[in-house]
Structures are given as C-alpha cells and as structure tokens.
Design a protein around this ligand. Structure first.
Ligand code: OOG
Ligand code: MG
Length: 268
C-alpha cells in the first residue's frame, strides 16, 4: 500500500469530493464514481477524501471509535472486482446493537458481511506483525457490518471506494468476547443465514490468511495517513465471505464457531 503517489487534485477538489460522498450518504442518493470526474485520482488522493469526510463528520459531533479493513478476503475481492484491501473509519453513529431492527430507507443498497472484530488495549503504530496485533488485543468478537456503497449500482474502483470510506454504513458487535489466544482465528468457521437459509459459509483464514494480518495491514495504512490506532479501538478485519444484499423484512444471522452468533432484522 503506497500513499506516496503524486497528488493529482488540489485541496479544494478533495473537499468537494468529500461533500459529494457525505451528501450521498445523508440523503441515500447514489452518485457517479469519483473517478468518472477525476480519472487520475490516486490511492493517496482517495485517502485524503476519506480524511476530509472523517473531519466533517467529527465537526458534526460524530466520534471515531474504530476502523475497518475491507476487501481482505478472496470472496469479497471477487464479488467487487477489486483486488487490493483498504481501510475505513467507524463512528459511534454507525453502531447498532445485536438483535436490533436496522432501518434501510436511510441507505441506498445495503449488504451484510460477517467479520471478526478486535478490541485493542495498546496503541499500535507503524509497521506491525500479526503477533504484535494479537499482543495488543484485549479481546476478539464477532461483528456484522452493513455496507452501503454511495456509488450507483454498487460499482466502483479502488480509488472511489476508499474515498467513500470503504462503503462503511452500520456495524453490529455481538456474540462472545474472547481472548485472542483462546482460539485459532484461522479455523473459526462462520455460517451466514439470510431469512433462515444458508447464504454464505467461510472461515477466518479467508481474511489475508489470518484476521490479525488485516489489522496489521490497517495499522500500516493508518501510518501512511499519519495516524495511529489508539488503545481501546474497535477494529473489524473484513468480511470472511461475499456480502449479502438485504431489503425490508429480511433477517440475517451469523453463527461463528465458538464465538456465538449475531442476528439483526431490517425494516423500511
Ligand atoms: C467495500 C468494503 C468492503 C469488507 O469487509 O470487505 C468491506 C465494499 O465491498 O463495498 O467492508
Ligand atoms: Mg466489511
């Protein structure tokens, strides 16, 4: 992941792009991919847009409580046609409790993912190994993520999706909180059920070989952005399987081996 590419757009254009993404998010109205208007947008530029969006939301009172890695598994890369992982930020306003009803009318075309989340108890910065991630992990737990691309047709390229905060929309921590050394996270299986039918099946090793590798990747990207991962962060490692589209009336349950399960339902 290299963020030392040349900047192709000035700060004003970055701010305009961040506003476009924020407006699409607020009114749940899709927009064109940013690269249609800024074809030379680099990954570094895309993270500048994401940072501008983060600052705007913070100014409006949202609190960044953690981060997410995305596009870290082959099933996700194949589903989206993007083969490089990325990161996004999570705010308190995106969090929903397990067993809750999640509204969909304030999203464009939501999809659900089953993930393993890490809660840290030490700051992580720079280039770290998966062992260092595990040593800085207080506990791991299951999470559902509801992603919602702000782009028409849920179609994007790497630059556009990173600028769109990696499609972050809602997240639902749940299941059991367990010590990271109590289980081999590579062999934790997950069964994702959609309206009671099995929709996706996978195991933790889909995520860059080990979910902690995704957190190490994320810390490296944060470093390139001039940020660290503070102690007490909630960090999702990325979807283990392909994402499942949901509509009002649907229910989703993710059952994790030894880590419990999470159910949510969706309403208009
Ligand atoms: C990008 C976000 C992917 C994950 O867990 O892989 C993601 C997208 O697919 O819209 O959150
Ligand atoms: Mg995700």
């Amino acid at each position: 992941m290299s963020l030392d590419q040349p900047k192709t757009v000035d700060d004003e254009a970055i701010i305009r792009m961040a506003e476009r993404v924020e407006t699409a998010q607020r009114y749940a109205v899709p927009i064109r991919k940013l690269t249609e208007d800024y074809p030379d947008l680099t990954i570094a530029d895309a993270y500048r847009v994401q940072t501008a969006l983060r600052r705007n939301l913070e100014k409006k009172g949202e609190r960044v409580i953690g981060w997410k890695a995305g596009l870290t598994s082959k099933p996700k890369m194949a589903q989206m046609g993007v083969s490089t992982p990325g990161v996004g930020f999570l705010t308190d306003a995106m969090e929903r409790p397990a067993n809750s009803k999640i509204t969909v009318s304030d999203m464009i075309h939501p999809r659900v993912e089953a993930e393993i989340a890490f809660v840290t108890n030490k700051e992580l910065s720079g280039k770290v190994t998966k062992e260092e991630v595990l040593a800085a992990t207080d506990y791991v737990q299951p999470a559902l993520e509801v992603i919602d691309s702000r782009f028409t047709g849920f179609k994007f390229d790497l630059e556009s999706v990173l600028a769109d905060n990696s499609s972050s929309a809602r997240f639902v921590p749940g299941g059991r909180m367990i010590r990271p050394d109590a289980l081999d996270l590579r062999t934790v299986g997950v069964v994702l059920e959609h309206n009671g039918e099995i929709a996706q099946i996978g195991a933790g090793a889909e995520v860059l070989g080990h979910p902690a590798e995704a957190i190490a990747m994320l810390v490296g990207v944060l470093h390139d952005m001039g940020e660290v991962l503070p102690a007490g962060s909630f960090v999702m490692a990325g979807a283990i399987t392909a994402a499942v589209a949901v509509k009002p009336g649907d229910s989703i349950t993710a059952r994790f081996y030894e880590m419990g399960s999470i159910t949510v339902t969706f309403t208009e």
